[in-house]
Ligand binder design. Structure first.
Ligand code: ADP
Ligand code: ZN
Ligand code: ZN
Length: 692
């Protein structure tokens, strides 16, 4: 580049915009040459913003006198081209601004330019401290069994520099984690700089795996990335990944966009978990992005699950992914026995089933722990007036306020909306008729806890849900009581079934499973089956009698329950695939949603109808695209906003992509950001929605 020619950089910022903006670059004052992938600070409107350099050139259409200067450069290695490519792809696929996509993936700590002038040594000293805090003691690893050895053989045949997706499928305790850690070990040995990325769906699952990784790799530096860390901790971990100081990165979905200069493998554990999908903003699936990244960087990726997603199952059947199956359970523990029980005739949904009560009694005698799972926290899902039928509706949302025996620091009963968070005291009298006969309807964790404590006054009953396990300290204490055996009956939500190894569970009772099944969500059966398998995975860690699982249902003939009785994953999935194929639902078709919300229902529907007309005018009907009528969402009013949506289905990905890009452009021309100029409707477009 000619010395005297101006240096122009194109910068994207974290705003819902598709454009990049030109700035002039003064190498002398910035003390750096411009590079793509640099994080910079630029003047933007009346403020300064952090932006990312996406192009360096010597040409601009902007008048020299109006061109503004880049103000500062972050003391970071520029994002590498492969990571930028991932950003471009995600931005296109998920119909989101490039700046929003790439910059929001950078930890806030580094997006705050005031941190750029602080000496980096401070951070780096911290990095060294964490690196050294890893115990150097090598814990002897178990000898792999025959199946695991076979799995490793398949993986070690992977040719470096090529892409392949593996599905590692086996029940909990079949030794999947041991397999992928051993595989990573072999890769890290081959190349002293190599890095691996391990992704988990939830923060709560990280401490256990973290311990396991540290035991397996006592000498390697491990970086943890999730939203439960402080900004600074995340900033440090991300920096360690970026510089190559961390050899293994363990993180939740947000870690998929971490710069890893020498990445050699990606693991997605519990790949079917819906937490890999972000519901707001970019709305990405970290599992899908991980596969794209592995392909783009020519790496092996291992999807790990006891119950693979329908999408992954389909890809295996089509020969696109390679399945590695572990059929046994390490230690040969028996798989649990499943029994379906129908609710008691009389007081069905209010009290605990009589069969379950006698099973609980038996189990207590055997000195084994029992788990009672119910996916509703609080005392009762709604309060009613026995005299006029009033129900405790939330005034912000189209949902009911849930009764809680106590909530946070309130010691008296409260009612709380689980959607907008509004909490109120329970009225003494019915707001409609003034009657005092207000009663809770249905049951939640608190009610079950109360009933059990009354039934078994001698037993230690423990409740584990989002209310009792609000902080990680509280949650640790609760799980401590389960692990040390002091809790005998444990009542809780699905939270109980995720990832924890319990040693002494003799009985698991599942309440209200039907409620999850009969919703309008086509994914519900798949999710329920996975949850029940997960529940079963918590059981049977001891030898001897198999753990008993009792599932209360009014619909014992539903395929989910029929196949779960024998843990027939293949049978269930094949059955599921047939129904999906007939309906043209994913993975046999593709979907997108246009979300819209405003203060007035009419405004939202009018806007969506207009959007539908536009879509119909441009859609290639030959390509198998269906545009549905706008409908209110299942929670149609949330926090005072009226919400509706429009579903688009397509047999193929390509035409849907084209349609959505055109729609995005059309809507943006008529909006400020994502708010319509005409009707004040807030909108967004979502690809591959999990909730419809
Ligand atoms: P999964 O990931 O399928 O749940 P893990 O790899 O966590 O299975 O294995 C389950 C348990 O068995 C763990 O406690 C693990 O340490 C242990 N384990 C795994 N492989 C072996 C083996 N080959 N021999 C003995 N114990 C093993
Ligand atoms: Zn009343
Ligand atoms: Zn509400």
């Amino acid at each position: 580049m000619n010395q005297s020619a101006p240096i122009i950089v194109k910068v994207v910022v974290d705003r819902p915009l598709n454009d990049a903006f030109d700035y002039s670059w003064n190498s002398a004052s910035l003390n750096a040459k411009p590079e793509i992938g640099m994080l910079v600070e630029v003047p933007f409107g009346r403020t300064n913003l952090v932006g990312l350099v996406i192009e360096v050139s010597s040409y601009t259409q902007i008048n020299q006198t109006k061109l503004k200067n880049v103000l500062q450069v972050a003391p970071l290695i520029p994002l590498d081209s492969r990571l930028m490519q991932l950003g471009y792809f995600a931005s296109q696929y998920y119909i989101h601004g490039l700046g929003e996509t790439l910059i929001s993936a950078i930890p806030k700590w580094w997006r705050t330019s005031t941190h750029w002038n602080k000496p980096l040594e401070q951070l780096i000293a911290k990095e060294k401290a964490t690196a050294q805090s890893n115990s150097k003691k090598k814990i002897a690893q178990n000898q792999l069994n025959e199946e695991q050895t076979h799995a490793i053989q398949i993986l070690s045949n992977h040719q470096a520099g090529t892409f392949n997706t593996y599905l590692l499928n086996g029940v909990t305790g079949s030794g999947k984690t041991a397999v992928y850690l051993t595989f990573i070990e072999s890769l890290l040995k081959l190349d002293r700089g190599a890095q691996a990325l391990i992704m988990l769906p939830e923060i709560n699952l990280t401490p256990q795996l973290q311990r396991r990784i540290q035991e397996h790799f006592p000498e390697e530096n491990l970086a943890i990335l999730h939203s439960g860390l402080t900004e600074k901790q995340r900033g440090i971990a991300w920096h360690q990944a970026m510089t190559g100081a961390a050899r293994i990165v363990l993180g939740t979905r947000l870690s998929i966009m971490t710069p890893l200069p020498k990445l050699v493998a990606i693991i997605v554990d519990e790949e079917n978990d819906s937490s890999f999908k972000q519901q707001e903003g970019l709305g990405y699936s970290a599992r899908d992005l991980a596969i794209w990244r592995a392909k783009n960087e020519r790496l092996p990726i291992i999807l790990v699950s006891a119950t693979p997603s329908s999408q992954t199952w389909h890809a295996v059947k089509e020969g696109r992914y390679q399945e590695i199956r572990l059929t046994g359970r390490v230690g040969g523990f028996q798989s649990p026995s499943v029994e379906l029980v129908s609710p008691d005739k009389s007081s069905g949904s209010i009290t605990i089933n009589s069969k379950m009560i006698s099973a609980l009694e038996d189990n207590l005698h055997k000195n084994r722990q029992s788990l009672i799972l119910i996916n509703r926290r609080g005392m009762a899902p709604v309060i009613t007036c026995l005299s006029c039928g009033w129900l405790s509706e939330c005034n912000n949302c189209s949902s009911y306020m849930v009764m809680h025996r106590q909530l946070g620091h309130f010691k008296s009963p409260m009612m709380c909306c689980h959607h907008c968070g509004q909490a109120k005291t329970i009225p003494q009298r019915c707001p409609l008729c003034g009657d005092t006969d207000l009663q809770p309807l249905g049951r939640g964790t608190q009610k079950i806890e109360d009933q059990l404590q009354t039934l078994f006054p001698e037993a230690k009953v423990l409740r584990v849900d989002a209310d009792t396990a609000r902080t990680s300290k509280k949650s640790d204490a609760l799980f401590g009581e389960i692990h040390d055996g002091s809790a005998q009956i444990i009542v809780g939500t699905q939270m109980l079934a995720k990832g924890h190894d319990y040693q002494n569970i003799g009985l698991v009772c599942v309440l209200d499973a039907d409620a999850r099944l009969y919703s309008n969500d086509y994914m519900a059966p798949e999710h329920l089956f996975a949850q029940l398998v997960q529940v079963a995975g918590r059981a049977g860690r001891f030898s001897g009698e198999p753990t008993q699982i009792l599932i209360e249902t009014r619909y014992p003939n539903d395929p989910v329950y029929q196949y779960i009785k024998t843990f027939d994953l293949a049978g269930f999935m094949e059955n599921l695939m047939l129904t999906r194929q007939e309906a043209g639902l994913p993975p046999f078709g593709y979907q997108a949603l246009v979300h819209a919300e405003a203060k007035q229902r009419q405004e939202v529907l009018a806007w969506l109808n207009h959007t539908k007309e536009y879509l119909q005018s441009i859609a290639d009907t030959q390509a198998g695209i269906t545009i549905f009528d706008p409908v209110p969402k299942s929670i149609a009013r949330l926090g005072g906003w009226e919400r509706s949506q429009l579903l688009i289905e397509s047999r193929q990905r390509g035409p849907l992509q084209a349609l959505l890009s055109a729609l995005d452009q059309y809507l943006r021309e008529r909006s400020v950001g994502r708010i319509s100029k005409i009707s004040k409707v807030r909108w967004s477009i979502e690809r591959d929605p999990l909730i419809i």
